[in-house]
Write a protein that binds this ligand. Sequence first.
Ligand code: SF4
Ligand code: SF4
Ligand code: SF4
Length: 184
Amino acid sequence: MKNKRFAIVLDTRRCIDCKACTVACKAENDVPLGSENYRNWVGEEKLRGQYPNLGQSFTPCQCQHCGNPPCAHVCPTKATEVNQDGIVHVVADKCIGCKYCMTACPYNARYYNEEIEAVDKCTFCTHRVYAGREPACVETCPTKVRVFGDLNDPSSEVSKLLTKYPSRVLKESQGTKPYLIYII
Ligand code: SF4
Ligand code: SF4
Ligand code: SF4
């Protein structure tokens, strides 16, 4: 079977900062309570427009599942792996907790999980995706900010969105080749 190139396309204009994605991710993935433990977050609040026609925009974020992931390059035990479909994940048993990867990640997408004694981060909800379901954050968002899919399939919704709208990635100059792609 042909490999996929999984990605999430986000339309930040839809985000209302309800943080349902953050709650859903924590519940789905047993992320410990506390703001220092997270697989996703909502950041970068910006004001749009001019008074009196002002609006706010938010930037939901998580691991970018980089095509050139510095977190994987620096790990001394090769605990970060990239699967056949581009999903970057941590093999907890191989993690020795040195946190080099946390320092190397330009997106601050990793945290140290004291409960499993390993670094943790977004997995694109691998367990759900390979069971034919959407990631929890995608399914839960009431305004459908995130769309998950396969960029190798031109008929997928993510491919169509990127054909239809201009887009950007975060910190492009870092050369990490992110696969969280934001509609401008
Ligand atoms: Fe924004 Fe959707 Fe997350 Fe709510 S659930 S904060 S609308 S991305
Ligand atoms: Fe690694 Fe950070 Fe890129 Fe995720 S966003 S693949 S943790 S460098
Ligand atoms: Fe969390 Fe899954 Fe969304 Fe990643 S894809 S942020 S693990 S809910």
